[in-house]
Ligand binder design. Structure first.
Ligand SMILES: [Zn+2]
Length: 441
């Protein structure tokens, strides 16, 4: 007998968990059974817990651009989400595996997520913009998307073939390839490989796509089970299935139900540990679509809404039952000088900030607002100094993380509706806020 005895117990699904701590009593959306969909909860991972609702800062290429991991911790970031597609192209997921996984490679010891690469493969391939900003004004036609652009991605039953946006090399992503890459990257929470459609696709195309994504989801479960049993030297990774179906209630509901009950074809006891809500969402429909999906999904598993960070979207999504969110917008906008404040967005480069010797947002508790003035930020951006991006990113990420922390607290002390009206009233209507303040004075 020279069978190798593992030094640590093999990873099991019990290393991951979710508990509901409290329910959103008033101001939320109810499910078909009359119970509220919104909740505060705790996700447990091998690298620590995440108190939800939570905003997850994005570190696409294993770095939250312009800031140290210590700053992300200090601003309240509980986890970081990186991108499987970008890390596969550069530096290579095998290299990240050799380094000990994503967290160790980037010096982040908290929980990590990777998204499957499906969105990037397809969006960079067909040239559509971030789903949330799309409108239905264009023709509804499966071909319109690729009209003005060389099509870099092709979807077939087995997967997607695409050209690297870095050097034009051809690659192929399948459910199995995405699972292998995400296991090499080693994040605590990973996503099934899905086809991301747009609102411009026809209804018939959406139906085909949802069915294909379901077949891919079964393959992801099987490959995930294989990878998990082959890689017992690594902590357990939780796999989330991704609900697509665009703006169609029947498609969204049946997709969610299907994923909730799904097991692998070979791995009959492998199920999804949580769920992602992806794809085409029109802003005005966001809460409605999330509520259809939450209504169908099991209560004891977390729900991640991909790609949102606008304050009104966050309230709508939490009210409808979403638990975690990610988005590149807070850091991307920060690097452009667009900073959030309780009274709305402020452009750090605008002339009005030049002699403003006070914090960008007097109510913010971030490192930037505690130590630097709007005038200094204005100067840094005008002089194109790198520190401008760093300080602005710390502030914007803290602003959104803190907003979601406050939303969580409001669920627990039952003040959600009041918080929403106050925050959104001030953020989107500075005049309204000024009038309210004048009345109180
Ligand atoms: Zn701040």
């Amino acid at each position: 007998m020279n069978e190798r005895i593992p030094l640590t117990p093999p990873p099991t699904p019990s290393d991951f968990g979710f508990t509901v701590d409290d329910r959103l009593a008033a101001g939320g959306v109810s499910g078909s059974d009359g119970a509220p969909l919104g909740r505060a909860g705790t996700i447990r991972t091998p690298h620590g817990e995440i108190q939800t609702p939570a905003f997850i800062p994005v570190g696409t290429k294993a770095t939250v651009k312009a800031v140290l991991p210590e700053s992300v911790t200090q601003l309240g970031g509980q986890a970081v989400l990186a991108n499987a597609y970008h890390l596969f192209l550069q530096p290579g997921s095998d290299l990240v595996d050799e380094a000990g996984g994503l967290g160790r490679f980037m010096n982040w010891d908290g929980p990590t997520f990777t998204d499957s690469g499906g969105f990037q493969v397809m969006s960079l391939g067909v040239g559509f913009k971030k789903v949330i900003s799309m409108t239905e004004s264009a023709h509804s036609d499966a071909e319109v998307i690729a009209k003005n652009k060389e099509r870099l991605a092709h979807v077939d039953e087995d997967g997607v073939t695409f050209k690297s946006f870095i050097n034009g090399d051809r690659h192929r992503f399948t459910p199995e390839v995405s699972m292998e890459i995400q296991h090499q990257l080693g994040a605590d929470i990973i996503f099934a490989f899905d086809e991301c459609t747009t609102l411009l696709n026809t209804r018939a195309y959406q139906e085909d796509s949802v069915a294909r994504t379901a077949r891919w989801a079964v393959r992801c479960l099987d490959e995930h089970a294989r990878q998990t049993s082959d890689r017992t030297h690594r902590p357990y990774q939780a796999l989330f299935g991704v609900v697509q179906g665009a703006q169609y209630e029947d498609l969204r509901r049946s997709a969610a139900r299907g994923l909730a009950e799904m097991t692998g074809a070979e791995a009959g006891d492998q199920r999804f540990d949580g769920f992602g809500i992806g794809g085409a969402l029109e802003k005005s429909e966001l809460g409605t679509i999330v509520s259809w999906v939450s209504d169908e999904l099991p209560e004891n598993k977390p729900r991640h809404l991909l790609g949102i960070s606008e304050p009104d979207d966050l309230f709508a999504a939490v009210a409808a039952g979403a638990d975690t969110f990610d988005c590149v917008a807070p850091s991307r906008q920060a690097r452009g000088g667009s900073m959030y404040s309780a009274g709305g967005r402020i452009n750090a480069k605008s002339a009005g900030q030049r002699r403003r010797f006070e914090a960008i947002d007097a109510e913010c508790d971030c490192y930037t607002c505690e130590n630097y003035t709007a005038a200094y930020l204005h100067h840094l951006f005008k002089a194109k100094e790198m520190l401008g991006s760093t300080l602005a990113t710390i502030h914007n990420e803290r602003f959104i993380v803190r907003l979601v922390e406050r939303i969580r607290a409001s669920i627990i002390d039952d003040t959600f509706a009041e918080l929403r009206d106050e925050v959104l009233g001030r953020f989107y209507s500075p005049e309204f806020a000024r009038e309210a303040a004048a009345k109180q004075a």
